[in-house]
Design a binder for this molecule. Structure first.
Ligand code: CA
Length: 221
């Protein structure tokens, strides 16, 4: 058997959460709040959040995109990692979820760094490109409707600078990417995105088996 990533048991995952990261209190509270949400499975795992925080700091990121706000975990974790003049443009269409996000941006003291765009994300991203903001972003996190993943990725590739990183969530989709002939449209979309990203020569990429699968793509040209 070739070396591969460990399959995490619940106990091993808990060990990582207890011993391998330090999740800020405000994020733990946001996690608790989102646990009551009917779609709480959409929440990032704490170690994935801390990986993204580390990545944003290592990149020296200042301008970032957040495609899919939900209750604000990813935008808060990124905003906390940014310098005081950092910026997160966070895109969503759901007023109710983003009200929770706004509360937690305030509680985390990052509300001045987050710019919520309550509109279809594709229009927001196209607007940024039209406004001449191509190659001005350092990081983009994509975690929204999977049918648009290729579109969000293409726009992010335009908006992120060379050397910047695009992180795409749920790319293992609970393992359903292995289905040869998937019935579910979301599985089809995620598989199509994974093939697209794999063939895209303007990025180097690594699919990280954290959370539900996180693909990191670094723009190289
Ligand atoms: Ca997700």
């Amino acid at each position: 058997m070739s070396p591969q990533s460990l399959t995490l048991t619940n106990e091993l995952h808990q060990y990582i959460v207890d011993t391998g990261i330090r999740e800020p209190q405000v994020l733990a509270e946001l996690r608790a709040r989102t646990a009551q949400h009917p779609q709480q499975r959409m929440l990032l795992s704490p170690e994935q959040g801390q990986l993204m925080s580390m990545l944003v700091k290592l990149l020296g990121a200042r301008r970032t995109l957040d495609v899919g706000t939900f209750t604000g975990y990813s935008s808060t974790v990124v905003a906390l990692a940014l310098p005081d003049d950092g910026e997160v443009i966070s895109c969503d269409v759901n007023e109710q979820d983003t009200t929770v996000a706004q509360e937690f941006w305030r509680r985390a003291g990052v509300e001045s760094k987050v710019d919520l765009r309550l509109a279809p994300a594709l229009g927001t991203l196209d607007g940024l490109i039209e406004d001449g903001e191509s190659s001005t972003f350092d990081f983009s996190f994509i975690d929204a409707d999977k049918g648009n993943y290729i579109n969000y990725f293409q726009r992010s590739l335009e908006l992120v600078r060379v050397g910047g990183v695009i992180a795409v969530d749920n790319t293992l989709w609970s393992g359903r990417v292995l289905e040869a002939d998937p019935e579910h449209g979301t599985t089809v979309s995620i598989k199509a995105f994974n093939d697209y990203a794999h063939a895209e020569q303007r990025v180097e990429l690594v699919m990280v088996p954290v959370g539900d699968g996180l693909t990191l793509a670094r723009k190289i040209r």
